[in-house]
Design a protein around this ligand. Structure first.
Ligand SMILES: [Zn+2]
Length: 176
């Protein structure tokens, strides 16, 4: 397995058909780390380069991010590992994206012949973040924060037990 350079030329790698790997600190990804609890952790990217049927450079592989996300129940950081597969096609302009097969995503190169690993993979990292993350069991959550959020917590329980009807007020309104 070759080392994927921090900045690379997709067409050159496609010609060689190489399997590459790189590990980068999460702190290198400004937009991605802004969505996390902090910028510690790392991202491992495996990418094998080749050509699409239309002779566009394509990188297929996987990424594994070891990051700290914010628990949305207690607001404390929690370690999380996110893995996803990607198939990214390098195109010159946004308008070329409409021609691509459904199982691929575009990476817009613009005028440039090379691209940084960050620009190549950052959208994929952000897309793969779960919408809602919480500690698996409530006992892992920070108890002092949960005590403060007591009102919200009991609201959640009512909803799951089915005793809370958010449309109750609406029903009564319609009766009148
Ligand atoms: Zn928590």
């Amino acid at each position: 397995m070759d080392h994927l350079p921090v900045r690379f030329n997709p067409a050159e790698l496609a010609r060689s058909g190489r399997a590459t790997q790189i590990t980068l600190p999460v702190s290198h990804f400004a937009r991605f780390s802004a969505t996390l609890a902090d910028d510690s952790g790392e991202v491992v990217i495996d990418a094998t380069f080749g050509w699409t049927e239309d002779r566009l450079p394509v990188a297929a592989g996987s990424q594994t991010s070891k990051v700290n996300v914010t628990c949305q129940r207690c607001q404390k950081p929690m370690a999380s590992e996110i893995t996803s597969q990607f198939r990214l096609v390098f195109i010159a302009t946004e308008s070329d994206a409409s021609e691509l097969p459904d199982d691929t995503d575009p990476v817009v190169m613009g005028e440039s012949e090379d691209i940084s690993v960050v620009d190549f993979i950052e959208d994929e990292l952000i897309l793969q973040l779960p919408v809602r993350v919480v500690h698996e069991v409530e006992s892992e959550c920070d108890p002092t924060v949960l005590a403060v959020l007591g009102g919200e917590k009991s609201g959640e329980k009512e909803a799951s037990a089915g005793t809370h009807n958010p449309f109750k007020g609406l029903d009564e309104l319609l009766k009148n």
